[in-house]
Design a protein. Structure first.
Length: 316
């Protein structure tokens, strides 16, 4: 949620004329995150979040709007797009495709505890149940092919021994895709449920946000992304009580099958690889913007190596 494109008050007044959300009162850029431009927008009738899409293929955007609308309609607390006066969800601001979404109550937590993880486990399980009736599908834009292409761009730029680890893990994941992952349940997943994409009101999840990496992929990948962020502290120490709390709540609503249990160690590595590669690309090929937030790739390299040596169990 960086700010790459500067938005002025006149831009927002022109935008809001196409919505029944009141008159502009205040706005401010949001610096957290890394992909799109985001602003808080306050009007006489409520509080909203405006997203300008900087890297997403415009043809893919209706999928994200439909997904958020579907999940909100099934009781999943998530960012819900606001319909324009003509019924559509998408607009243009400063030449960028844009969407206005309801601003949810609550805030993200930097240091979650077991109670936060328990609440998240229940919500993620309900999200995974709700997508069973969602028929649109979209490929993972950061899949193994993208990671392989990223590794080619990075060769010669990053240390050779680190690139060797990257290439070796890509080869492992290519083999796993045709073997371990062949029978895994798949549906539309969030694919980016880090701490800053979950809002809490006290200790309960009040909203899931930033669905712009959502795609049709393995449900287990969603769990691996969550485990890699929520079950490890800032010093990268595993917190078994956090993961036990998450999985206890999750399995009350959805139980992973035998194929998922078998593929779990490899999928933890796949999730670490995906975010190591994307952060490497952001670090070596940064986008320009007014406020750009680039995250350190190194923690995901260390996490990948830790999972290769001793991965935690799916069900502690």
């Amino acid at each position: 949620m960086s700010v790459y494109t500067r938005v002025e008050a006149d831009d927002l007044r022109a935008l809001l004329a196409d919505y029944a959300v009141g008159e502009l009162e205040d706005f401010a850029g949001i610096s957290a995150g890394i992909t799109n431009t985001n602003y808080f927008v306050d009007t006489s009738l409520g509080r909203w979040v405006l997203t300008l899409f900087e890297q997403v293929d415009e043809a893919e955007l209706p999928f994200f709007m439909q997904l958020m609308d579907h999940l909100a309609g099934h009781g999943v607390p998530c960012a819900h797009p606001v319909a324009r006066n003509d019924g559509g969800f998408l607009s243009r601001v400063r030449g960028r495709p844009a969407a206005l979404v309801y601003r949810l109550n609550g805030a993200s937590v930097e240091t979650p505890d077991a109670q936060h993880c328990r609440s998240l486990g229940g919500v993620v399980a309900e999200m995974h149940r709700a997508v069973a009736s969602f028929t649109p599908a979209q490929r993972n834009a950061r899949d193994l092919d993208w990671i392989s292409a990223a590794a080619e761009r990075l060769e010669g730029m990053m240390p050779a021994e680190e690139h060797a680890v990257l290439a070796d893990e890509i080869a492992f994941q290519q083999a796993a895709a045709g073997d371990l992952y062949a029978e895994l349940p798949a549906a539309v997943i969030h694919a980016d449920l880090f701490r800053d994409n979950v809002l809490f009101d006290q200790n309960r999840v009040s909203g899931l946000i930033d669905f712009y990496y959502a795609c049709h992929d393995y449900l287990l990948f969603d769990l691996a992304v969550i485990c890699n962020d929520w079950a490890f502290d800032d010093d990268e120490h595993y917190c078994p009580t956090h993961w036990q709390a998450f999985m206890t709540a999750y399995t009350r609503r959805r139980t992973p099958d035998a194929a998922e249990v078998a593929a779990w160690p490899a999928m933890l590595r796949a999730a670490a690889l995906r975010f190591w590669a994307s952060r490497l690309i952001d670090a070596y090929f940064p986008m320009s913007g007014e406020v750009v937030h680039i995250k350190d790739p190194a923690p995901f390299k260390r996490l990948l190596l830790a999972h290769r040596a001793d991965p935690p169990a799916l069900a502690p």
